[in-house]
Ligand binder design. Structure first.
Ligand code: CUK
Ligand code: CUA
Length: 694
């Protein structure tokens, strides 16, 4: 063998080198080596810009027409090949129904997580995962998309703990649970009271409950009532889904809801520390006008904004839990609901005015304040949670609303109003006593100072606008590092902009949205935009940013034969050496394994009409050695991650020969990773029997 040939042979042998006993794993060993080498090099030789280096950088900057701010932004966001980001964003995927995982500061899209929509690469819904998608069907209608709005990381003591992610679907009032060990959706729950919602998902400080607030009032439980009976028959709601952390699932039997007046409840946030035990939720359109109201005279949105104030809802969830526990809820569509009257009698619910048409409601990290931003008011309104508690205790009411809910006196609970600019929406926090509010109409991010305990963290006057950074354009949510936990990091802010206009090459009339990374590390008026990231899939709303080292995702499943749905070994998973096809009348069971670079067995013969159970186990134990498994013409495509075991059922259709193959380029012999499903015609005598019967 010539030296050249022998090297080629060796490489091939290593790449295809296979079988559970074969341990050599070239790509992984290589990755570790690169990482170590890089670290060593950087430690040994911190960069020194000598004259030659400066000249080279000068040439690049001149050629590319870069300004000094551009160079600085590039240096702050560039990640050398092979290094990882400090933070991870979990962003809503908007209408895509999915979640995006993005690294910060590089703003590189790492992965989409399939949630409410089928996704072929992840083998979600083809048909593995279909049983999870089907949990979200609405009264027999198959729903296979979602309008995701608010992701929420699970919390322990108000800190992101990196274990679970929840996300709500506005269009269909659903909530999904994602396990962050494998970044896969484990459960979808459909709200039994409303068709659509908005205030999901937000968690209480120990993830005891996941909050799902409604939005557009309807008769609860999907029943019918004329829109003319809006005041009497339509209601709002907030649902408290009990989270069972050990099971990694929402426990629907321990969950309940509160009936609310038919105001359009919008966003919710849970109190923390000083305000733990309370939930705050805003609303708009408390005028209770309805679409179709005074047709031709005044339009709906104007009718909705006639009053100067809407209502902030204040809910004592610990009291609500006690009322539910003692049987104080009534079943609506089979789901326990605490009525407005019971909630008022038991001191669970009260209201207080807020400037009209608010959007964001965001509790400060210490729980001392709640910041409400009104779209039509240039101020943010800050409520003191201590004053709220005192006002409730001393019954400082200015009256009740038309549904008998007590309204706390605004002046008794309001701490401050700070003028920021046009169209304030959402607020997040940092570690320096600053708050950051998105200004939709101004297309800017406002930095302003908090007061109270926070006044000692900054040198500026409290409750004052410090600076505004223009963003491009029409910002909705914003997210700072760990920005709604009890201990935000500051550092980075991502502006989630609805319009991108001229920022990117035009992609036809439908343009991407624009995530902009903003550097919030320096105090005072310095707050530059560092990076523009186009989002070309759906409209993200909210995101949360977690320290990357808090996440401990598996790189392979813990054992061969792993069932990701139960997160345990599937005792019925096919083991190496037990591959076979078993025929039992018209029931056929395929026991298959997959490993580089073959499926075993690779010829499966069945008869037209047979009921097929097809089990596959990936025998791989190497990071990233994923196989796909598709059968063309059968809408079947699985993702078999290392160790994963899957089971699917289908019926053999028309006689013919159906190649199955691996859909991941897993090795040098990937194209050879295939087999035939042979569907034989039903026996002629069987056909004869059928014919004779007629
Ligand atoms: S919402 Cu979309 S920008 Cu659903 Cu939180 Cu404000
Ligand atoms: Cu396995 Cu390609």
């Amino acid at each position: 063998m010539s030296p050249r040939l022998s090297i080629g042979f060796l490489t091939l042998a290593m790449t295809i080198g296979v079988g559970a006993s074969f341990v050599y794993n070239p790509p992984q060993a290589h990755a570790q080596e690169t990482k170590k080498k890089r670290r060593k090099e950087a430690e040994a030789a911190p960069v020194v810009l000598n004259a030659a280096a400066v000249a080279e950088l000068q040439k690049i900057a001149t050629d590319r027409k870069l300004r000094i701010e551009d160079l600085s932004a590039a240096l702050k966001t560039y990640l050398p090949s092979g290094t990882h980001d400090e933070y991870i964003i979990f962003a809503s995927g908007g209408h895509s129904g999915q979640v995006f995982m993005i690294g910060v500061p590089s703003m590189r899209l790492l992965r989409t997580i399939a949630v409410f929509s089928p996704e072929p690469w992840q083998g979600y819904g083809f048909p593995v995962g279909e049983e999870i998608l089907a949990q979200g069907d609405h009264q027999g209608t198959e729903i296979r998309w979602g309008d995701t709005h608010h992701p929420a990381l699970s919390e322990t003591g108000g800190e992101y703990d990196g274990q679970f992610l929840f996300i709500g679907d506005k269009a269909n009032a659903r909530l999904a649970v994602i396990d962050l060990r494998d970044m896969e959706t484990k459960q979808i729950v459909k709200n039994p009271l409303t068709v659509s919602d908005h205030g999901a998902s937000f968690v209480t400080p120990d993830s005891e409950y996941i909050i799902e607030g409604g939005q557009y009032s309807t008769p609860l439980g999907f029943s019918y009532a004329s829109v003319d009976d809006y005041q009497s028959a339509y209601r709002g709601m907030v649902t408290l889904w009990k989270f069972d952390r050990a099971a990694g699932r929402v426990d629907q039997t321990k969950s309940f809801a509160l009936e609310l007046p038919p105001y359009f409840q919008d966003l919710f946030d849970a109190g923390k520390k000083a305000s733990n035990g309370l939930i705050f939720g805003n609303s708009f359109c408390v005028e209770s006008v309805t679409p179709g109201f005074k047709i031709g005279e005044v339009n709906f949105e104007a009718g909705c904004s006639q009053r100067d104030t809407d209502y902030l809802h204040i809910i004592d969830w610990k009291k609500a839990e006690a009322v539910f526990a003692k049987g104080g809820a009534k079943l609506v569509n089979g789901f326990p609901v605490i009525s407005i009257k019971t909630a008022v009698d038991e001191g669970v619910l009260c209201l207080t005015p807020e400037p009209k048409s608010p959007h964001g409601v965001d509790v400060t990290p210490n729980g001392e304040f709640v910041v409400v931003a009104g779209k039509l008011d240039p101020h943010v309104t800050i409520y003191s949670t201590k004053k709220i508690r005192e006002a409730i205790a001393s019954k400082k009411y200015s009256g009740t609303d038309v549904y008998g809910v007590p309204v706390l006196d605004f002046d008794a609970v309001m701490e401050k109003q700070v003028e920021l600019g046009l169209g304030p929406l959402h607020t997040q926090y940092d570690d320096k006593g600053y708050a950051y509010t998105s200004l939709f109409l101004d297309s800017a991010v406002a930095r302003w100072t908090l007061g109270g305990e926070y006044a000692s963290l900054h040198s500026e006057e409290p409750w004052k606008l410090v600076t505004k950074t223009p963003v491009q354009y029409n910002i909705g949510h914003l997210v700072t590092a760990e920005g709604d936990s009890v201990s935000p990091d500051g550092r980075y802010l991502v502006a989630m902009n609805k319009w991108s206009l001229d920022r990117f090459f035009p992609t036809g009339p439908l343009l991407p949205q624009n995530f902009q990374l903003v550097d919030i590390n320096s105090p005072g008026t310095t707050m530059p935009v560092l990076y523009d990231m186009p989002i070309g899939v759906g409209e993200p709303h909210y995101a949360q940013m977690i320290k990357a080292d808090k996440l401990k995702p598996w790189t392979i499943y813990p054992a061969i034969g792993w069932n990701p749905h139960t997160q345990s070994i599937d005792p019925t998973a096919v083991k190496a050496g037990e591959e076979r096809v078993v025929h039992d009348g018209h029931d056929v069971t395929v026991y298959m394994t997959a490993v580089r670079s073959h499926f075993a067995p690779d010829r499966v013969e069945v008869t037209e009409g047979d009921n097929i159970t097809w089990k596959i186990t990936s025998l791989e134990q190497s990071m990233d050695a994923t196989h796909g498994f598709c059968i063309g013409g059968y809408n079947i495509n699985l993702s078999l991650e290392p160790g994963e075991a899957s089971t699917i059922h289908f019926k053999a259709g028309k006689p013919g020969v159906y190649p199955f193959y691996c859909t991941e380029f897993c090795s040098a012999l990937h194209l050879e990773m295939l087999g035939y499903l042979v569907v034989k015609p039903a026996a002629p005598d069987a056909k004869l029997t059928e014919a004779t019967k007629q």
